[in-house]
Design a protein around this ligand. Sequence first.
Ligand code: GDP
Length: 446
Amino acid sequence: MPVIVIVGAQFGDEAKGKITDYLAANAEFVVRTGGGPNAGHTIDLPEGKVVLHQLPCGVLRQDVTAVCGPGMVLDPTALDQEIRTLEERRMFKGTLIISERAHAILPTHIAEDAWEEKLRTATHPGAELGTTMRGIGPAYADRYGRWGVRFGELIRPAKLRQRLELLLASKPHLAGILDPNQLQSDLGEVAGRLAPFVQPTEPTLWSALARKETVLLEGAQSALLDIDFGTYPYVTSHHPTSAGALVGSGIPPFEVSEVVGVTKAYATRVGAGPFPTEVGGDLGAYLQREGGERGATTGRVRQVGWLDLVLLRYVTKLNGFTSLALTKVDVLGGLDDVPVAVQYVTPEGQTLTDYPPADADDLAHVTPVYEKLPSWPKFNERLVARLRDEGAAALPPTLKRFVAYIGQETGVPVEWVSYGPRREETVWLGKTHGSPAAGSVTAWAQ
Ligand code: GDP
């Protein structure tokens, strides 16, 4: 079956971009289903590094159609610039289509993002969300308030004028900041350049599925930032879960064959919000350095911590993962041991293993209980060469046991292990059927 959904299993930056790009080798379509320029997928190619913000990874591969799906909110000016930059670097190799139903992020939304953060801080110091200030939250708010401007309207000047007037009328708190005439003329130029890409995308995907072609639904942001199931209010404004990927693409559930959760072997978080397994001090600084943990969109340093199995079990159930891709295992190479949080204890003494508190403050006050697993050696050229030649069999035995342990603890097999940023620095462990507790991943790790 041809639809594979790729979901970030943590707080973002799990290397979803790298895994999507890797899987895109066998796909005809790659669809971004939500979010906007708050994504920063770094792909390390032989021709150079690319950071994709709004474009799906499919644009980097010939014979792949990249789709900016209906669920997205796209900044037209930034998108136009991103396309042109990739074209200038001769890296725009696929075909691009943009849903006429995707919403436009306008300068009003960016102004509002800053205004809202100020309002939060002025009302309650420390209550800011740490958004990326790209206007994404306000654009989603207008989408659901029915004030938004869709790409199908952006490319029709008379309709655009009417929608802009309505939108600006709904924002008296920004009166005088933005001139509708200027806005219309700025947008008109960019819209003219984007117009050839704008079309109905769902029928194209339905036809592809009828031809049994493979469609990847590329994750952006992550399940723990889901507007309802994440650490509210420190979340993004849409549903970066497997269910959200369907709404954001117009693909029905029965077409989905696989749901891949992407998780680092440790954890990171950027922006505000609870992070129970955060590690500070010298060890935290070491992990930040080794993992290059700095945001591709904002340049902000990411907080680092240990892998949190309570949260991973929760998102596994929430998304129905059929397999996991475990990334950045190289970063932990050479440590004394590898701690993993196996449960929480609440201040009231309750033990939690697979369902975190819904309230962000309560989550901030749990005490994680760790199990320490044996570490694996630091990755060196010899190990990398063996992995390239021999594949998964060459993984160090303690890393194999770590992989099997994660499969056992979550109930889904780890199918891919990524040990470096490049496409080829990935091993496929094969498909195991059913729980790895009873299956071949555990046997393989003996
Ligand atoms: P995404 O938004 O989930 O795609 O993640 P980002 O691109 O923001 O962050 C992942 C970073 O890790 C990027 O700089 C990747 O090049 C890099 N990366 C991906 N996989 C690996 C890996 O297995 N090991 C190491 N060391 N880096 C990786």
